[in-house]
Design a protein around this ligand. Structure first.
Ligand code: AHM
Ligand code: MG
Length: 329
């Protein structure tokens, strides 16, 4: 049997002979088209003169790269043209844009995650989250739904291969872009994060700023086979959430960007609506867990489109250790 394409998967995503809702298929196919386009732009890089700064800043006060802007333009054009998106919100824009009135979906995205890696040819990606639209106007407030409301979520990694990882709320599947024909070919039937792991991902340069439970967890990992975890851990930090989470989904591990004391009033670095929530849904659907230090990330009631959040996600056993350490403090 030859591998299914994304289109064939959408025709029968649960294997029960029923196709995905038609408008959802339209949107997922449109997103996959945009990811193909962005992948092509990324691969051309300096050849197209599109590396480096755009000379502008986004709503987060961060410098925008040219590819951040190009990827954002592509995703916004896709959302508008799809005809099934009522409104779209992006890391790169202050407010949601209104598109097709009465359409069923809202979409949020980080068009190019891992911006600090763009110019150094390290894996980057696109993250997206699909929520139900409300009746009537869908301004910023319409997006403030807990992650549990997500209808679908996924990401694309622009790495040695271009891979699209997707959940429609029942398991996680993966596709690889075949550069020969431009098709998305299913290469993962069901991703499962092993409950146990020996690998963590955190930016260790922030160690002096961490809260006590995070410090204790990493100290225990670093103590190795003679410490409380009784095993030796490995560490990885790519500094592209998409690539780090992709590794966790593929072979297990823990990914953390926790709150720290640098700016105590800032809940974390990563954004809830288009980074933490879609990744948490994928991780949960693959058998893992996510936690913000107090609760499961998918249960958080958002208060702002660009709100930040403390993120710990991955292999179930390790996240449960972190939950216990936070409960004990
Ligand atoms: P971005 O969306 O502007 O790229 O920022 C988010 C990125 C994540 O992909 C990554 O996990 C983190 O920032 C890396 O941060 P740091 O440079 O502090 O290690
Ligand atoms: Mg990002």
């Amino acid at each position: 049997m030859t591998a299914r394409t994304l289109r064939e998967f959408l025709a029968d995503p649960k294997g029960d002979g029923n196709h995905a809702p038609r408008e959802l298929s339209v949107l997922i196919e449109a997103i996959s088209d945009s990811c193909r386009t962005i992948s092509f732009l990324v691969s051309r890089g300096a050849l197209a003169g599109i590396l480096g700064s755009a000379g502008t800043g986004n709503v987060q006060g961060e410098e925008q790269k040219q590819l951040d802007v190009l990827a954002n333009d592509e995703m916004m054009a896709m959302a508008k043209a799809s005809g099934v998106v009522a409104a779209a919100a992006s890391e790169e824009e202050d407010d949601a844009r209104q598109f097709t009135p009465g359409a069923p979906y809202l979409i949020t995205f980080d068009p190019l995650d891992g911006s600090s890696n763009i110019d150094v040819n390290v894996s980057i990606g696109t993250i997206f989250s699909i929520l139900p639209a409300k009746d009537g106007p869908n301004g910023n407030d319409a997006f403030l739904q807990p992650g549990r409301n997500q209808i679908a979520a996924g990401y694309c990694v622009y790495g040695p291969q271009t891979t699209l990882i997707l959940t429609l709320g029942h398991g996680v599947v993966g596709f690889t872009l075949d550069p020969a024909g431009g098709q998305w070919v299913q290469t993962s039937l069901g991703m499962n994060i092993p409950a146990k792991t020996k690998e963590f991902a955190i930016n260790m340069s922030n160690i002096r700023h961490w809260a006590d439970p995070v410090r204790k967890y990493i100290d225990d990992c670093l103590a190795g086979e003679h410490g409380p975890c009784a095993k030796n851990y490995n560490m990885r930090w790519i500094a592209s959430m998409v690539a780090d989470v992709h590794r966790v989904l593929t072979r297990g591990g823990v990914f953390m960007y926790p709150w720290d004391k640098r700016e105590p009033n800032k809940p974390g670095k990563l954004r809830l609506m288009y980074e933490a929530n879609p990744m948490s849904l994928l991780v949960e659907q693959a058998g893992g867990k996510s936690f913000d230090g107090k609760q499961q990330i998918l249960d958080i009631q958002p208060t702002g489109l660009h709100q930040r959040v403390s993120v710990m996600l991955g292999s179930r056993e390790e996240i449960e250790k972190l939950e216990k350490l936070h409960a004990a403090q």
